[in-house]
Design a protein around this ligand. Structure first.
Ligand SMILES: [Cu+2]
Length: 141
């Protein structure tokens, strides 16, 4: 099981947004300061395990445009939907992509989400969903 190297807990810095905005700061020892990168047609790693309250940071480390979009029905019932572009549900994210590439993440773009409900979250890259670009976040108590 993959355990993230770049831990960022909500309480770690004593404040809500205190640790946001560190994009660009190299991690200690050359470790990446994001949790999930992206290849041409895959998330890297494909599955990540975190704890309730953790924030997962995605970065588009590829040259292609991608999205991070929670799937309809693929997240716990009482969990908050998440999507790059900030859409409220999958159908809205899908139509935004189809009309205007809404939610697009280009090289170096980041998206982050804080997970407050335990369970498994399936998410997808909308433009590459038919190519199997899916990912999973497992959130443990
Ligand atoms: Cu993609």
């Amino acid at each position: 099981m993959y355990r993230r190297r770049f831990l960022r807990s909500a309480g770690a810095a004593g404040g809500a947004a205190a640790t946001v905005g560190l994009a660009g700061c190299a991690g200690v020892g050359g470790e990446p300061d994001f949790d999930v990168g992206m290849l041409a047609s895959a998330y890297q790693p494909r599955e990540i395990t975190v704890s309730v309250g953790d924030t997962v940071v995605w970065e588009n480390t590829s040259a292609r445009s991608h999205t991070v979009t929670a799937t309809a029905g693929g997240i716990p019932d009482d969990a908050e939907f998440f999507a790059s572009g900030g859409f409220d549900d999958y159908e809205t994210a899908l139509s935004a992509w189809q009309s205007d590439f809404g939610g697009r993440m280009e090289n170096g773009d980041r998206f982050e989400h804080t997970f407050t409900v335990s369970g498994a979250y399936e998410y997808v890259c909308i433009p590459h969903r038919e190519g199997g670009m899916f990912g999973t976040v497992v959130v443990e108590e």
